[in-house]
Ligand binder design. Structure first.
Ligand SMILES: Cc1cc2nc3c(=O)[nH]c(=O)nc-3n(C[C@H](O)[C@H](O)[C@H](O)COP(=O)(O)O)c2cc1C
Length: 163
């Protein structure tokens, strides 16, 4: 690439919402902060969530998870951003440090995120050091109409896991 600094500079300045993706496989629960995510189809509805292949969450996804819960992080929920972005499930159980409830398919649903949807994993694509999981939404709740926690406020956090 001729000017990699330009790319880094541009993507570092873009604004986008912070999400927490949670999943379950058997007794194992995982979740991490995600910025690389977007709706990618209208008909049928599809959402793409990209997870680093180093993350604890990725290993749970690969251990037989069938679905992901995607949570909109409210702009007031800095503690969730720190917990799910700055800590890794390799070292601790994040779900012991936050309020959550069992949701559809046993997915952990975060009590402090009133807007979330559950999506079945219908495709998986290796995209580099992140793997894209294409989701077919099948349940959820739209309980929050405020702003999502922005990337500009989260990018100073040191990720719990190397990407
Ligand atoms: C601002 C920000 C954005 C992030 N975006 C992603 C992302 O899109 N995908 C991802 O896999 N990790 C992302 N991370 C990193 C993980 O959230 C972080 O490494 C987390 O501690 C991994 O947890 P785990 O090992 O329990 O899965 C991001 C972290 C921060 C601070």
């Amino acid at each position: 690439m001729n000017n990699p600094d330009a790319f880094e500079s541009i993507v570092g300045a873009l604004e986008y919402p912070m999400l927490v993706a949670t999943t379950v496989a058997g007794d194992a629960r995982s979740g991490c902060l995600v910025g690389f995510a977007t709706q990618c189809s209208i008909h049928p509805p599809r959402y793409l969530v990209c997870v680093s292949d180093k993350n604890h969450t990725y290993r749970t996804l690969e251990a037989g998870a069938r679905a992901i819960a995607v949570h909109v992080v409210p702009e007031s929920a800095a503690d969730l951003v720190e917990l799910f972005g700055g800590e890794t499930g390799d070292d601790e159980d994040k779900f012991a440090r936050c309020a959550w409830s069992p949701g559809p398919d046993g997915l952990p649903v975060l009590d402090d995120c009133p807007s979330w949807f559950a999506g079945r994993i219908v495709d998986r694509v290796v995209l580099g050091d992140h793997v894209g999981f294409a989701l077919e939404p099948f349940d959820g709740r739209a309980g929050y109409d405020g702003l999502a926690f922005p990337f500009s406020r989260a990018k100073g956090i040191r990720p719990g896991h190397e990407a």
